[in-house]
Write a protein that binds this ligand. Sequence first.
Ligand code: ARG
Length: 484
Amino acid sequence: MKLWGGRFSEEPDKAFLEFSSSIATDSYLWREEILQNAAYVYALNDAGILTDEEKRTIIDALRNMYLNTSAGRPFWSREDEDIHSAVERSLFELIGESALKVHTGRSRNEQIATDLRLFLKRKILEINSGILSIHHSILEKARIHIDDVIPGYTHMQRAQPVRLAHHLLSWFFMLKRDFDRFVSARKKMDFCPLGSGALAGNSFGLNRKLISEMLGFKDPSQNSMDAVSDRDFVLHFLSQAVNLILHISRFSEEIICWNTKEFGFVEVGEKYSTGSSLMPQKKNPDSLELIRAFSGRVIGAWVQVATVLKSLPLTYNRDLQEDRVFACEISENMCTVLRIFSDVIRTLHFDVERMKEAASDEYLLATDIADYLVRKGVPFRKAHEIVGRVVKHSEESGKKLSEIELDELKSISPIFEDDYYEIFNIELSLEKKTSVGGTSRSSVLTQIKIAEEIVVREENWIKEEEDKQRKIFERLFGSAYSNI
Ligand code: ARG
């Protein structure tokens, strides 16, 4: 069913028609499209445009379309121009004439803006559930590895020993900020455009508050031109997605390095590795490589949408259709990536002996030697210089730091005493880092406790929002179908 054409005498070019169709990517939005149609029908009934009988017939038909599509029998076909025309066509096929009233005062411009907001709100719930699941995986590993030690790196050079739990929790807190950023992005898009018309507003006195409430939005949007023309919320969503995937790509890169023979710190589970078609010995961490590379797509999507929006005049322009591929595909793939990544972490096997051996490199304690001198009254800058000479002496003499004799040390600085040899105990080094957020056992246990509280808050947020999500369906179609 073509939604326009009365004023045309020529048929559109076939190639152009195909090129302009958005049905392939619009199909991501079918749920939202049906729900907003139902809300609109309630408002039309409320405004006296549809009779109670017509309302019931249309709502029943929409519900059936929803149930059929959920059961694998979609209502759209490749010939439909977009998801909006697909709903109208199917409704007409199902119930005839009364379907022709549904588009009263309505424009696809407001429909697509509404679909996208509803869709991204739903996807953010899924994305945050994905982050929560990674949080669980990290926490589980952190609890197990509280007493295992690993070298911490700067510049990819061994720097200072840390607890493995401490290292893993650093990723926890990064991802927590991503979770919060998505919560905030969701709030900012929580306004309902429906009832804005093509750009100027609705002339049938529709109750926009009612529509907004039925669809689970916080409020109706305040300006119809803004409502149909801006996609800042898509860009904002993608910015949060960029932050998130940058974290995930860095984390993936780290595991890929740790999984090499050179590091040998960890083994990626077989479920998430692949072999080589030529080299029989290979077990490659392809899952993490693909996840690492997915970041390119997300960054590309942000750039693409920003480029479409740049200098676009008000209000709706067909250019806006180009946001779809990115907003929908990225969010869909992001959910998959997070699910896989969470399980990759959960199934990692750490070689704690190998990590310990790497962390036992005495040079990692050079800063502790400087601290030792500071405690004996040497100003830090001088202590740094002295320890630099001790390290040089160790390299030149081929002796480990703990093997240097006291008289050799004294020739570098008379401050050194017998207790110098007590420094070479990693556990003691770790236990000195009692500052908030440090790597001592108690500090890491505090981090774990805080992380556990965060996880509870995240779980509650997701549960509450999922409940609200479910209620949208119940309000529109009745509670008998609430498990859809
Ligand atoms: N398929 C269109 C889109 O996705 C729907 C809006 C069409 N509006 C119009 N004025 N042609 O943006």
